[in-house]
Design a protein around this ligand. Sequence first.
Ligand SMILES: Nc1ncnc2c1ncn2[C@@H]1O[C@H](COP(=O)(O)OP(=O)(O)O)[C@@H](O)[C@H]1O
Ligand SMILES: [Mg+2]
Length: 261
Amino acid sequence: MADERVPALEVRGINKYYGGVHALSDVSFRAYAGEIVGLVGDNGAGKSTLIKVISGAHEPDTGEIYVDGQRHHWRSPLEAIEAGIETLYQDSGLAPDLTIGSNVFLGREKMRRGLLGRLGFVDQRAMEREALEDLKKVGISVPLSKRTVAELSGGQRQAVAIGRAISWARKVILLDEPTNNLGARQAIEVLDVMRSAREQGLAVIFISHTLPHVLEVTDRIVVMRLGRVVRDAPTSGFTAENLLATITGLDELRPPPTPTA
Ligand SMILES: Nc1ncnc2c1ncn2[C@@H]1O[C@H](COP(=O)(O)OP(=O)(O)O)[C@@H](O)[C@H]1O
Ligand SMILES: [Mg+2]
């Protein structure tokens, strides 16, 4: 049965080379509003490169990107943000010495100026208040005693980074290993935040090596291997065993041919 809905995000035929490395090889996939798509694969499979291409951080060599059915050519990450795509990059950092509110608005001061600015400068206290409310809306509460990111634990920092992305996203959110370095309980909280993003109608792309989390929270799983999409199927069709076999390529191993004399 053909799916008649217009995907929130679609990429078609993406190729990306880094010198001689073919990091993405004819990659196509779709993500719909109100859906969490797991993007999995071994280290070096091309997941982060794909995220960077979709977010406008890197330019693909060939291929097409569509948001709500409309084709885009990003010239900068800001253009992807303006189209409604927010990204939490792998190893993305917050600025430790800035306040939590400033981090939520980092890089957006200009956009907010019309709303919050007075005579061209940003109203710091209104921004702090609004930032904490934005985080609360997506299910993240930061202890009021903490002001700067440096005072937060690793898990709290990651929660702020995710909350920042989700509170700004209008269509698509790209999360590259958001539960890395989190404790078990904090990781579960991040899964809940992803579910609330799905309920808000966002298309969520979730990259993770923690397969039980991927199996638990996603609606569909896209498996990449050596720069290619090797499987794209509803999560209900995967088990922990066959997902791992698809990631590693063990599913394609055939018994060696019987030698003929
Ligand atoms: N900036 C870069 N310059 C050169 N090679 C890169 C760069 N980024 C990634 N690669 C290469 O592209 C391939 C895919 O990497 P990556 O997208 O980071 O994979 P993953 O996120 O799935 O671990 C790897 O072979 C990696 O070494
Ligand atoms: Mg990566």
